[in-house]
Design a protein around this ligand. Structure first.
Ligand code: CA
Length: 231
């Protein structure tokens, strides 16, 4: 699901040696790497530019990593976040995941482990679709780069969550996707809301993309199993 377009990673870390090492290695792996040395700058950049992933240190000047992560999620920005936590700070891991981080790596880490976790996050990110540019079905046109959806040429307002849900279902079109899978892959964090949350969001999405939301033709309910996108 990629045309080889390089993925953009934002590294938010204040330790110069680590910034250098990580940047070099990630660039060797073909990623585009941008850096921010404090949490405030990191937040500004992550909120105003499109990144495929954020690597986020916990102990940072101006705004710590937890705070930055929470602020991102409060703004409905769902870019995958991997937190870099200090060794042995179990509470750090729990806090990070509760605040909306998708994964964590404990310092000092093996580079291969970090790379594997980055790849895993990028695989599940809906923006893997973004290389394709646009996707169309019925009267709906999705611009994956700008994250805009148009219906008969008029813009439809989708929340970031609805957009991510729609992208995930489209990426798996033709397959039945369970509510649990959607919670894990779209909501991401482990402090998972109930599966009812999925139903509510699907209902909202249908209002926006279905010609007749009462009789969906694209976003189908597969009774007892989950949902399926066809189109
Ligand atoms: Ca630090």
């Amino acid at each position: 699901m990629t045309d080889g377009a390089p993925r953009r990673i934002l590294l938010v870390e204040d330790e110069p040696g680590l910034v250098l090492t990580l940047t070099d290695r990630l660039r060797d792996e073909g990623y585009l790497v941008e850096t921010a040395g404090d949490g405030e700058t990191g937040l500004e950049r992550a909120a105003s530019e499109r990144f495929d992933l954020v690597l986020l240190d916990v102990m940072l000047p101006r705004r710590n990593g937890f705070d930055m992560c929470r602020a991102l999620r409060e703004r409905d920005i769902l870019t995958p976040v991997i937190m870099l936590t200090a060794r042995g700070h179990v509470a750090d891991k729990v806090s990070g995941l509760k605040l909306g981080a998708d994964d964590y790596v404990t310092k000092p880490f093996e580079m291969v482990e970090l790379l594997a976790r980055i790849e895993a996050q990028l695989r599940r990110a809906p923006f893997a679709l973004s290389a394709a540019g646009t996707y169309e079905f019925g009267s709906i046109r999705i611009d994956l780069r700008s994250a805009e959806v148009h219906r008969d040429g008029a813009e439809v307002e989708l929340s970031a969550r609805e957009f991510r849900l729609l992208c995930y279902l489209i990426e798996h079109r033709g397959a039945t996707v369970s509510r649990d899978e959607l919670l894990t892959e779209v909501w991401g964090y482990r402090a998972a809301p109930s599966t009812r949350t999925v139903d509510v969001h699907v209902a909202w999405l249908r209002q926006k993309i279905e010609p007749n939301p009462r009789h969906p033709q694209y976003l189908l309910t597969i009774h007892g199993l989950g949902y399926k996108f066809v189109g």
